[in-house]
Design a binder for this molecule. Structure first.
Ligand code: B12
Length: 425
């Protein structure tokens, strides 16, 4: 297997595939912008008349997306592989001429069914944007607590402070072990992994080889339609347009902020040093620790976001908040911290404004041109204090909202289409 790494341009992937005479090309996508690039790779494979199967995987991909958007661009096998444990079987089939034909037939039938299903879903009418807006969440927050300060502050906790906030359940996901923590530890493989991770964590804590650094802030804010305006920065949000038919509102994150005299917060946190440490283990031929370091750094980044959210709630509006670990994990507290890219605010490109507002570079965080954050173990987002604020999925939006959104952001509709791909038919 030739691992080309992350954020590799299509030309390099395909030039390597041709030069090395590989049997199969595999693409992995973590966040939405990579989905479009997968379509580009498929198109380019078609243009080059390659005959290699194309395999698609990664957290942000799906069978539907592969069937509807990627497979139609490439004449040969385009297979979505749900998880890595299936990959050996799929590859074995793809390099065996007889099994390859059978797999291809089955895969094409499946993808055709998925396209039909998709077409049916898309036919379901949406509410016009004006009507969706009229069905907004109308209850304003009973109070608009003043934040502890206006502007930004850096935050550099000791690693040990973040450890209690680690949600171990997701750590096991990285190894495809699914189950609730701590019950999952009854599984011998999970127990072994957990013990190894604890040992590695001790080494990391002693050597201080990973370094947390973040920045957060609060500003006076007000909502203007589906935008929230802060200090000259306009964050544009999207509104659900599905016709729920059961009295539920059509949610938009901007509804959490009042039209005057309110506040909003923001944050960006990262764990530095994971790539360096992981490369050192790799050089010592210890792939297991190399992967474990990255998985731990990811958990610590998420733990950092939880740690900071708790501090923010206590500083801002819940000084007496003391939650059990369970309530903390279940998020039984006031306020949310949605991150751009999550289903409630799917446009990754809003991170550009967020980083500028926060001055996130000052703590060593940066954005790639497709708005992935560096270092990889990083989380950023906004804070809402509204007691009824909650996470939701925007889902499919109509052409009217797409055009309105592009207009609000001052970008061409074609560009908005690119960022909102998964929310469009
Ligand atoms: C861990 C995680 C993180 C970690 C690590 C991220 C990283 N750099 O790797 C942290 C906490 C840092 C993080 C941050 C963010 N995340 Co995140 N994260 C996840 C999470 C929970 C799991 C992803 C994961 O690593 N799983 C473990 C790996 C091994 O699984 P996997 O990627 O699915 O891959 C498996 C299969 O797909 C398959 N596979 C993968 N690739 C390939 C390739 C081939 C060829 C084949 C055959 C198979 C295959 O094999 C793997 C094993 O079975 C997902 C949600 C979820 N449950 O999937 C969100 C998720 C990926 N994150 C998301 C988002 C939005 C973000 C942020 C942008 C949020 C933010 N604004 O801060 C940032 C971005 C970070 C950055 N650097 O830019 C969204 C992406 C949505 C989207 N459509 O874009 C998700 C889907 C959550 C959600 N539902 O909204 N995240």
């Amino acid at each position: 297997m030739i691992d080309l790494g992350v954020m590799v341009p299509p030309e390099k992937i395909l030039d390597t595939a041709e030069a090395e005479k590989v049997d199969i090309v595999g693409l992995s996508g973590l966040i939405t912008p990579s989905l479009d690039q997968m379509v580009d790779v498929a198109r380019e494979m078609d243009r080059r008349r390659l005959e290699l199967p194309l395999m698609i995987g990664g957290a942000t991909t799906s069978r539907q997306h592969t069937a509807v958007k990627i497979a139609p661009e490439y004449e040969n096998e385009t297979v979505h592989v749900l998880d890595a444990s299936r990959v050996v079987d799929v590859v074995a089939a793809l390099i065996d001429p007889k099994r390859r034909t059978a797999l291809d037939t089955e895969n094409r039938e499946l993808q055709e069914r998925l396209r039909v299903q998709h077409a049916e879903k898309v036919r379901k009418p949406l509410l016009p944007l004006t009507q969706a807006r009229a069905n907004r969440v109308k209850a304003p927050s009973p109070d608009r607590p003043a934040p502890p300060f206006i502007g930004t502050r850096t935050v550099e906790p000791a690693l040990a402070e973040l450890v209690p906030f680690i949600d171990w359940q997701f750590f096991f996901h990285a190894w495809d072990l699914k189950g609730k923590f701590p019950a999952i530890l009854e599984h011998p493989a999970a127990r072994e992994l957990y013990d190894d991770a604890q040992a590695l964590l001790r080494v990391i804590l002693q050597g201080a080889s990973l370094r947390p650094a973040g920045i957060y802030g609060f500003w006076p804010a007000h909502a203007e339609g589906d935008d929230v305006v802060i200090d000259g920065t306009r964050f544009s949000f999207l509104r659900q347009q599905a016709e729920h038919g059961d009295g539920r509102p059509n949610r938009c994150l901007a509804d959490n902020v009042a039209t005057a005299d309110d506040y909003m917060g923001a944050f960006a946190v990262g764990i530095h040093g994971a790539d360096e440490l992981s490369t050192r283990y790799e050089a010592a031929h210890d792939d297991y620790s190399s992967i474990a370091v990255k998985a731990l750094a990811d958990r610590l980044a998420e733990a950092f976001a939880e740690f900071l959210h708790q501090r923010v709630r206590r500083e801002w509006y819940a000084p007496d908040e003391h939650l059990s670990d369970e309530d903390l994990l279940k998020e039984n507290f006031r306020g949310i911290r949605p991150a751009f890219g999550y289903p409630a605010c799917p446009d990754h490109s809003e991170k550009g404004k967020l980083f500028e507002l926060l001055g996130a570079e000052s703590v060593g965080l940066s954005l790639t041109e497709s708005y992935a954050m560096m270092p990889a173990a990083a989380v950023s987002g906004v804070y809402f204090h509204h007691p009824q604020s909650k996470y939701f999925s925007v889902g499919r939006i109509g052409r009217d909202q797409l055009e309105d959104y592009a207009d609000r952001k001052g970008i061409p509709v074609s560009e908005a289409e690119r960022w909102l791909g998964p929310n469009l038919p």
